[in-house]
Design a protein around this ligand. Structure first.
Ligand code: HEC
Length: 444
């Protein structure tokens, strides 16, 4: 994956803030979509199987409605899943540039499995309809050809459903491993083995969280689709409506009890560097919100009332956004050191660019900095507030790097003087001023 990392140019700190925001937006599209896709595919596969076995038409209609929920056109999958993942790939490549750990292989693998899953999901969806059409063919007029199509379409249907579920689970697992690795990049000094990344308890807990989200979100979206006021989706019978309501409400309640548990587990398994007060606060708000919503669904189930489905879905989506923001805060905090590495890489890069362009005026001049910043306290021959340069520079002869370090971050040296205040210079400015004073000193 080096080629992706090689595409990266050092970016300014402002640009990196922007990338972090982009990552949040990306996940606000991706996570709800992919979890809804997983939830609806698993339930659709399950209910189609039961429907066929028990010859229950409610189950079969439910299964069909479910798979149509988020696959109405192929472009949804591109807009909400494929493109966001590519965007995440490039954001991480930029943000983790020069870090020994790269997320690119893991995100790329996730994209690959996402493609495979989508092929199976759409095959499942279409074979559903094909199977339907063939079953309309009058039994008496059936010839061997149709019979053959019929049995092979059922086979295709079962297989594609099974593989769709399997590959979606793998995709989500790979995604969980990538996200968890992003919290840990600072704890590794070299690239960890793929086994370490994949078989980790934290990746597993994040995966559990996504699976629980899948069922919670799917049940709420089903409620929203059929029971929101003015819903245009007609439910064909009273009995089916009852079935939809109780099934999705009870599934919703169970999921809303499990999600907080997985969120708490996620916090426990995160490295200390990822945990800030912001992360904790958002987590607590989200957990309380989820428990409240679960209670609310319970009341709706008890009184067979679905009037508040719209607000429930709305609240759930807001909580989901809080959880996504929380994860990205954790990422930001756990890559704090990386941020300085990048900022200084950018400063070097900027200066090189300036030099290459020969823009004399734009080049940072040591003389200007001396006249602007240092002259108030330093001269070469005489003592002012600080020691004369001629007396302190000999010890830095041949050690210009140490001099730059001191200027960037002055430490107490000589007891006869007060400590030098930090001048707040950028690395390239410190380099320029160090060069300047050393040259002036030597030329005398
Ligand atoms: C507000 C006054 C002040 C300013 C401004 C200031 N310095 Fe200093 N500088 C000091 C003092 C005081 C010391 C002595 C500190 C000590 O010995 O602990 C010192 C010490 C030094 C030393 C000697 C370090 C050593 O190892 O003994 C260098 C080199 C130096 N300053 C460079 C600079 C440069 C370059 C700038 C401008 C970017 C600058 N200083 C700006 C007050 C200042």
């Amino acid at each position: 994956m080096d080629f992706i990392d090689n595409l990266v140019l050092p970016q300014s700190p402002e640009h990196m803030e922007l990338l972090k925001d982009l990552l949040i937006l990306t996940y606000i599209l991706f996570i709800p979509y992919i979890t809804l896709l997983l939830g609806s595919t698993i339930l659709s596969y399950y209910y189609s199987g039961r429907g066929i076995k028990e010859e229950n038409s409610s189950f079969i209609s439910f299964a069909k409605d479910l798979i149509d929920l988020v696959t109405f056109t192929k472009s949804v999958a591109f807009g909400f899943a494929v493109i966001p993942l590519f965007s995440a790939l490039f954001c991480y490549a930029q943000l983790l540039h020069e870090n020994p750990v790269s997320l690119s292989p893991y995100i790329s693998l996730t994209i690959l499995f996402l493609f495979i899953s989508l092929v199976f999901v759409y095959t499942f969806k279409h074979s559903f309809h094909l199977k339907d059409i063939l079953s309309q063919v009058d039994e008496n007029k059936i010839d061997s050809d149709v019979n053959h199509y019929k049995s092979s379409s059922v086979k295709l249907f079962n297989k594609s459903g099974k593989y769709a579920v399997l590959f979606l689970l793998i995709t989500l697992y790979l995604f969980s491993a990538s996200i968890e690795l992003s919290f840990r990049v600072q704890t590794y000094t070299e690239t960890p083995s793929i086994i370490d990344v994949l078989i980790s308890f934290s990746a597993f807990t994040y995966f559990m969280y996504l699976v629980a989200l899948s069922f919670g979100l799917t049940s709420l979206v089903v409620l929203f689709k059929y029971f929101r006021p003015n819903s245009e989706t007609k439910v064909k019978s009273e009995e089916y409506s009852e079935f939809l309501r109780t099934k999705s409400l009870s599934l919703g309640i169970v999921s809303l009890l499990i999600i907080p548990f997985t969120v708490a587990l996620n916090i426990i398994t995160k490295p200390g560097t990822a945990l800030t007060s912001g992360v904790f606060t958002l987590t607590i708000i989200a957990i309380l919100g989820l428990l409240f919503l679960g209670n609310f669904l319970y009341v709706m189930l008890k009184y067979a009332n679905t009037r508040y489905t719209t607000s429930s879905v709305f609240v759930f989506l807001i909580i989901l956004c809080l959880l996504i923001v929380k994860d990205q805060l954790a990422f930001s905090s756990s890559t704090h050191k990386q941020y300085f590495v990048l900022a200084s890489a950018f400063a070097d890069y900027e200066q090189k660019m300036m030099e290459e362009m020969g823009g004399g005026a734009a080049v940072i001049s040591g003389e200007d900095i001396f006249n602007g910043r240092c002259i108030a306290c330093h001269k070469f021959e005489e003592k002012l507030v600080g020691p004369p340069y001629n007396s302190v520079l000999p010890k830095y002869e041949g050690k210009q790097e140490d001099l730059v370090k001191f200027i960037l971050n002055p430490v107490k040296v000589n007891p006869d003087y007060p400590a030098m205040p930090n001048q707040g210079l950028k690395p390239n400015e410190a380099k320029a001023i160090a060069e300047y004073i050393v040259n002036m000193y030597q030329s005398k």
